[in-house]
Design a protein around this ligand. Sequence first.
Ligand SMILES: [Zn+2]
Length: 343
Amino acid sequence: MKALFYSIPGIENLTFADYPLTDLSDDEILIETKCMGVNPIDYYTITGIHGINGPKMNISPYPHIPGTEVAGVVKRKGEKVKSKFVEGDRVIVYNRLFDGVCKYCRNSMEMHCINGGMIGLVTNGAFAEYIKVPHQNIIQIPDEMSWEKASALPIAGLTAFNAIEESGLKPGESLLVFGGSGNTGLFCSQIGKNVGCITISISSKPWVKDFGADFVFNNNASLKDNISDVTNGSMMDVVINSLGEQTWSQGMNVVGKLGRIITFGVLTGGNLITDGRLLYNNQITIKGITGGSIEGLGRLTELANRENVKTKVWRRFSLEDSKKAVEKIFDKNREGRIIIENY
Ligand SMILES: [Zn+2]
């Protein structure tokens, strides 16, 4: 099959060429890829380093095919796979490997499985014509759902869905999203709107109002006053802030009593300085989350279809041009997703 792969870490070492498609294991399903999302994790996979001065990534096998987010079609099942799926079914891949028996899996937290790992990091990924995945990792998608929307659900969509659920956001509460125009931010504001809350996005892009944001504010000296105005002084119930240390104190300053701050990333650095007095005086909860459960991905798929949750695509690339797609991931002009199409 044709695939994008590398033998030595580094974007410059990516090659698009023939890669052997080995036999299917008994418990695997072969998927013909249709649409792949390109995410920062793919860049880190290829460079071998997680973020700025971050830890070394554990990648296998080599030569390695990256790609962690995919929608496609079932082509073939391993001999012992008893699942309902048949050739031609449209599916997405839950990208965390899981054993189904450890204490985290038994509590519907497969993303923390002690025998886990991420598809595309510890296995070959999706930037290829085909990908082999464990049969329990696939979820069917509705016939009417577009490939590009489906491919946004396993990473950006599921992370946002889990963040909102873990925040305990209730109808009538207020939700603030830092990085409101990012892929996860757009899901957060739309899912929050669906819960029935007042949504505020921090962004310089007015178009985020088309994605569930009731108000859009810049992160400037007026932020606290602006938020006080729209919440009648009660400030935010939930703040989602995955931008890291550069915006952490602003988030702390606008959260109200019994507020919850959720983080799933530290784009600008991980040294999050918190004033303990604010924390206990206002009884604030700070919670970290990562990814989400496979059951959550199923519910998100239904929600995204039923409520017509939208995604924004910035650039489309063919599989042949997938190296260019990876090179664009940190482009400062990026507004929306980068996808690789194979149809
Ligand atoms: Zn497990």
